[in-house]
Design a protein around this ligand. Structure first.
Ligand code: GCO
Ligand code: MG
Length: 405
């Protein structure tokens, strides 16, 4: 089966998504997600200008060879733009192979290891009463595990806190052509967050799995302190405690706290994990299928993680399209070392363009049973929602210094 076309489609149904659709001479098509929040057009150009011309005429069945050809062949390896593009090709080829086999993708990956994948939802609030209401609402949506983010006294808006989100300006929603600038004070955050978790545990009891995202804002010493202060509240994980460029920073954090650690959403290569797996410095690998290099790369990452007792926690925010999400659910189902899956609702408009068939019931995600990934991509609907420039936010300390966010 030969590839005859590779089309890159950029669409903005509420937020921007980049999708690659590969067509074959046997009439089968496959889709892959290449969305890189705030830098979408760079990936679209990489796909259109540099990758699509290489795909025409290739054997659609040679997934590993194509991955290596695009990764090693380019000489310039890794990087978020390159790897999102490679991921989309890889995912689309897995979609085609599974369709050709007449199987849902998880079957090709070894079949189901479980009956459903535990998903966590997002709760947030500007103050503690709002946080408690939000946790209640997320549980009512069916979630059995909840990420909790909270506003910090003295800071007017905090990333990941929905009600201070100013219409999505800070989460990359369309129609915000300049990055929103927020302010940050780690000392105030460190004082406040343990109080938030104390209140959540007091209200919801000891059993509900609770997660928290530090969004790379702490130094190792600050993260170690937060991890220790949160130990009484038994978190499922503390995510992105320190900036991700230096994985060895987590040695210090790990040495001081038993709060489980997760990192990886901004990684674009297995090599970014450095010592994290071999030294067991984390408990969960957080990469996205879309950013780590596709199904092939994610499978390798999770198999290596399994060797070191590290579990999966695949990134699944709203800026991963339903195509990237579907790929995640197939992997969650198949791998032995599944931990948890992040799951965010997509907007109605997004679901007009991408119609996934994985399901969410009783707090669990279950994969599509259709051949392939199980996502119906409607190119005509995509055409109704043009790309609109949008950026992720920028964070500054109270004195104006640019900070991690
Ligand atoms: C998460 C994330 C996201 C990212 C977003 C950036 O854990 O879900 O931190 O909210 O900020 O994916 O594009
Ligand atoms: Mg995160």
């Amino acid at each position: 089966m030969k590839i005859i076309a590779a089309d890159t489609i950029v669409t903005g149904p509420g937020r921007n998504f980049v999708t690659l659709r590969i067509s074959t001479d046997e009439g089968l098509t496959g889709v892959g997600d290449a969305t890189l929040n705030g830098r979408e057009l760079a990936v679209a150009s990489y796909l259109r200008d540099h990758i699509a011309p290489l795909l025409a005429g290739r054997d659609a069945g040679r997934i590993e060879d194509t991955w290596q050809y695009l990764y090693r062949g380019a000489y310039w390896r890794r990087g978020p733009v390159t790897m999102a593009a490679v991921a989309a090709v890889d995912t689309a080829l897995w979609d085609i192979k599974a369709k050709a086999a007449g199987m849902p993708l998880y079957q090709l990956l070894g079949g189901a290891s479980r009956t459903g994948a535990l998903a966590y939802g997002h709760a947030s609030g500007r103050d503690i009463p709002e946080v408690l209401d939000s946790v209640r609402a997320v549980r009512e949506q069916g979630f059995r595990a909840v990420r909790v983010q909270a506003g910090v006294p003295g800071l007017d808006a905090v990333y990941g806190v929905a009600d201070s989100d100013r219409g999505g300006a800070r989460a990359g929603a369309s129609g915000h052509p300049r990055p929103f600038e927020e302010t940050w004070d780690t000392a105030a955050y460190l004082r406040h967050i343990p109080r938030v978790f104390e209140a959540v545990r007091a209200e919801f009891g000891p059993e509900l799995p609770l997660l928290h995202d530090g969004h790379h804002r702490m130094t190792p010493v600050q993260a170690a302190r937060l991890g220790k202060d949160l130990e009484p509240y038994d978190l499922f994980w503390l995510e992105d405690a320190t900036p991700a460029e230096d994985p060895s920073a987590l040695r210090l954090v790990r040495g001081h706290t038993t709060t489980p650690l997760a990192i990886g959403e901004v990684f674009n290569s297995l090599h970014d994990y450095g010592p994290l797996l071999s030294e067991r410095l984390i408990d969960y690998a957080r990469s996205a299928v879309t950013h780590i290099g596709g199904v092939t790369a994610m499978r390798k990452l999770l198999d290596l993680a399994a060797v070191h007792g590290v579990k999966s926690g695949i990134h699944g925010p709203a800026d991963i399209s339903p195509v990237g999400m579907a790929a995640a659910v197939h992997l969650d189902t198949a791998v032995h070392n599944f931990g948890i899956q992040e799951y965010t609702w997509h907007a109605e408009r997004t679901l007009e363009v991408f119609r996934p068939s994985h399901t969410f019931t009783d707090g669990m995600l279950r994969p599509s049973q259709l051949p392939g990934l199980g996502v119906d991509f409607d190119a005509e609907a995509a055409g109704r929602y043009p790309y609109e420039p949008a950026y992720l936010p920028v964070n500054r300390l109270l004195d104006g210094t640019v900070h991690d966010w």
